[in-house]
Design a protein. Structure first.
Length: 338
């Protein structure tokens, strides 16, 4: 059955035409699903009874079941959601002073196998549909009506670009005026670095891009991100240089800092060199050493030195605090469990 929550407006218009209805019904139903967050066709009271019955017969609405919510001491909340087939994913709500950020998953598990990430340890189970991605936002808004989610980051479980079609459709739905109305300027798709898919994403959508670089040499990156054996740092950086960026937008480079591994002054200088032709800003994320016995968190004074070196070369660099560490909701901690 067709999940109407996972259809873009043109797809929804085609659906209504196929069942012998007027195309304008699409906007009406899209608003019910994403604006009023209806969970059944019965709720759509301005549709005739017979149309509601047809929809119940021909289509469905994905509504993941929230099976638990864990709350961190820093107010970050992690939602464990059961999908219709019994698989679990996690979605994280990160409150901010003015508005909140939601981190959504795009796959159950992940095939990328990054050694600094618990999701990678799970292996890949399956892709999420566009409806399952968008439903995470609708469901958290339903559960937390007082939340003010304006930022959405595709940084939860999975590699979004390995599930490109669902990711593109989910972004199109989330940013549509009849959808959940997230501004594309506040929507970020994160990737471990799949060059062809990155360029395709940039050609098809206006969206912000974040790339997990995490290393400045192939030797370092091969060790923590197996994808680098297929696509080297040089290939990745050249893709970033060609990426069709919307005006006024920079690519976010995620750099997880690991003690005595990629956090030296020389590494900082090499990072500046690598990014010299990329419109980029850098997020420095001190490694969370609950994740591994192999790597350690960097010393705070070295994080500050590293940041200073980038700033001294006019490269914007922000140190990101890991949120939700105590409930395993921080970067790299999502593994479909509580
Ligand atoms: S860091 Fe991202 S791409 Fe790498 S294993 Fe974890 S979820 Fe997958």
């Amino acid at each position: 059955m067709t999940d109407l929550g996972g259809l873009t407006l043109p797809e929804l218009q085609d659906f209504f035409e196929r069942i012998g209805e007027k195309r304008y019904r699409a906007t009406q139903v899209m608003t019910w699903i994403h604006g009023k967050r209806a969970t059944s066709f019965e709720d759509m009271t301005d549709l005739s009874k017979s149309l509601r019955a047809t929809l119940a017969r021909e289509a469905c609405l994905t509504t993941p079941r929230v099976t638990s919510i864990s709350c961190s001491v820093d107010d970050t909340k992690k939602f464990l959601m059961a999908m219709a087939d019994g698989e679990f994913i996690e979605t994280v709500l990160i409150p901010g002073p003015d508005y909140d950020t939601l981190c959504v998953s795009t796959q159950v598990g992940c095939a990328m196998g990054c050694r600094i990430c618990r999701t990678g340890e799970l292996g890949f189970k399956r892709n999420l549909s566009s409806g399952e991605i968008v439903a995470q936002l609708n469901e958290v808004r339903r559960q937390e009506p007082q939340s003010n989610i304006r930022n959405v980051v595709f940084m939860g479980m999975g590699e979004p670009l390995a599930n490109l079609e669902s990711t593109v459709a989910a972004v199109q739905i989330m940013t549509h005026p009849s959808g959940p109305q997230v501004s594309w300027r506040r929507l970020t798709v994160s990737t471990a670095g799949l060059p062809d898919k990155m360029l395709e994403l940039g050609r098809r959508l206006r969206v912000k891009l974040a790339v997990s670089l995490n290393a400045v040499t192939n030797e370092q990156r091969n060790h923590i991100m197996p994808i680098n054996r297929k696509h080297s740092i040089e290939e990745l950086v050249s893709t970033l240089e060609q990426y069709p960026l919307p005006r006024g937008i920079r690519i976010t480079i995620e750099y997880v800092m690991i003690d005595d591994f990629n956090d030296s002054d020389a590494d900082a200088k090499q990072l500046v060199k690598l990014l010299s032709h990329v419109k980029a800003k850098v997020n420095l994320i001190p490694f969370n050493d609950d994740l591994s016995s192999e790597f350690r968190a960097p010393k705070p004074e070295q994080v500050a030195r590293f940041q200073d070196i980038l700033l001294s070369k006019s490269l914007t660099a922000i140190v990101r605090k890991s949120r939700g560490r105590d409930i395993l909701a921080a970067c790299g901690q999502l593994a479909g469990s509580l």
